[in-house]
Design a protein around this ligand. Structure first.
Ligand code: 5AD
Ligand code: SF4
Length: 431
């Protein structure tokens, strides 16, 4: 989402006669688009901001701005030079990017520039993002902004504001433009794409996520469509039927479970139980056979007992995830958990539990990859492999990375690849 937002920022700035520079050293203005989701994300940004201060020696007129969620969460406290031990010139929240040119005028005249007003309407629907994705193969389209689910651990509803969906016509037009420009893969983005809803469509037919997907899936047979992220409580069978009907929609679903324990899920305010979640997994297996499933997991949430933690491990085994993002719980100021629950799982226990889920997931990923050895897969080439220029790397519909010998392939080619081996992270193949 931040990557996609940075493309909007770049678009607003280039429209106003600014150019992107290749490095911080060459820049007169530096924006950090920030994340508040966990404390370590914020600490990394603060360290980076400190490092960037040395550039002021060479360029005293340098403007440094903090954009996005940290701007929203920390607000004007980011301008307190003495307390922070550094100077920040601009603080701009995620709904204020249209205001950047005006804020630049203030900053260039030496004033501190701030806009952290959240909007209930802004979707940047009419702004064509400047595309930064490497290779011109894969692009993001933001279809909605904000979130009102208020999972108790999560800062996003506080930093990104109310949920709002973007006009479907503008989404389909952006997808068409990307196809015309040669893009082969589009990922539709939102905090909870399953609750996408547009009520003012032409002819007054409401558009929901399954119908939006259906519209985009039919645009080109050469296209691959992905989406993120789905909330399990809103993942409908209807969407699964759309996925199963359209070969252009990738057979890969990211369905964050967070915990395998119903009591922890209740404390997290996730609004589903372990059983509800497993029922959704069964529906995926039945309606979209062979679909890859990935997830997010948090270890050491408030009050998590050993038994509750083991329910997460057992759910992971039961689902057999193909991939997972795994995190230690990090208390975020202002969230419901921070106000009402005790962050009482010791750091060391959080760490051990995280190691356990990572180890288990590594086995599950290996098992999932081994099952693909011997199969023939259509791979969308993304570019040279990181390790050797004699190889290229790309992805399957199930979102698995495949590395195979380069036979003069270009980014954007579809290649049939025989899978010959694997690690837990990568498939190896021959074309
Ligand atoms: N601590 C740890 N992980 C978190 N996530 C969100 N908030 C927190 C937090 N306070 C994780 C969730 C979410 C992913 C994007 O980040 O797993 O799905
Ligand atoms: Fe955060 Fe929950 Fe919204 Fe996801 S659905 S952004 S975890 S509040």
């Amino acid at each position: 989402m931040n990557f996609s937002d940075s493309e909007i920022v770049a678009s607003v700035m280039t429209e106003n006669n600014y150019e992107t520079a290749l490095s911080a050293q060459d820049s007169d203005v530096i924006f950090l688009n920030t994340c508040s989701i966990r404390d370590n994300a914020e600490q990394r940004v603060l360290n980076r901001l400190k490092q960037l201060q040395v550039l002021r020696k060479k360029n005293p007129a340098l403007i440094i701005g903090v954009l996005g969620c940290m701007a929203e969460r920390l607000k004007t406290s980011l301008l307190e030079e003495q307390r922070l031990g550094m100077r920040i010139d601009m603080v701009v929240g995620p709904d204020a990017y249209r205001d950047l040119p005006q804020l630049m005028v203030d900053a260039e005249s030496g004033q501190k520039a701030v806009n952290i007003i959240l909007s209930s309407e802004e979707t940047y629907a009419d702004i064509t993002p400047v595309r930064y994705a490497a290779g011109g193969v894969s692009a993001f389209i933001s279809i909605m902004r904000g979130c009102e689910n208020f999972c108790s651990y999560c800062v996003v509803p506080h930093t990104r504001g109310k949920e709002r969906s973007r006009n479907p016509d503008s989404i389909v037009n952006e997808a068409r433009q990307l196809i015309d420009d040669g893009y082969k893969e589009i990922t539709l983005l939102g905090q909870n794409v399953n609750s996408y809803a547009w009520k003012e469509a032409s002819g007054n037919i409401p558009v929901d996520f399954p119908s939006l997907m259906e519209n985009i899936a039919s645009l080109s047979s050469q296209l691959r469509i992905r989406f993120a992220t789905s909330h399990p409580k809103d993942m409908s069978d209807e969407l699964l039927y759309v996925i199963s009907r359209h070969p252009t929609i990738c057979k890969s679903i990211h369905l964050p479970v967070q915990s395998g324990s119903s009591s922890v899920l209740k404390r997290m305010n996730r609004k589903y139980t372990r059983e509800d979640y497993l029922q959704r997994i069964e529906a995926i297996r039945k309606i979209v056979p062979g679909c890859a499933i990935s997830t997010d997991i948090i270890t050491g949430f408030c009050g998590e007992t050993d038994q509750e933690f083991h329910e997460t491990l057992s759910l992971m085994e039961r689902v057999g995830y193909d991939f997972a993002y795994m995190f230690k719980y990090s208390e975020r100021p202002g969230t419901i958990a921070a106000k009402k629950l005790k962050d009482d799982v010791p750091e060391a226990v959080k760490t051990i539990r995280l190691e356990e889920v990572i180890n288990l997931q590594q086995q599950l990923s290996l098992r999932s990859n081994q099952a693909e050895v011997g199969s023939l897969q259509e791979v969308l080439v993304e570019g040279p492999s990181k390790r050797s220029s004699a190889y290229v790397s790309g992805r399957t519909s199930r979102n698995k990375v495949v590395v195979f010998p380069d036979n003069h392939y270009k980014a954007g080619d579809y290649v049939m690849v025989k899978i010959t081996g694997c690690t837990s992270a990568t498939l190896k193949g021959e074309s």
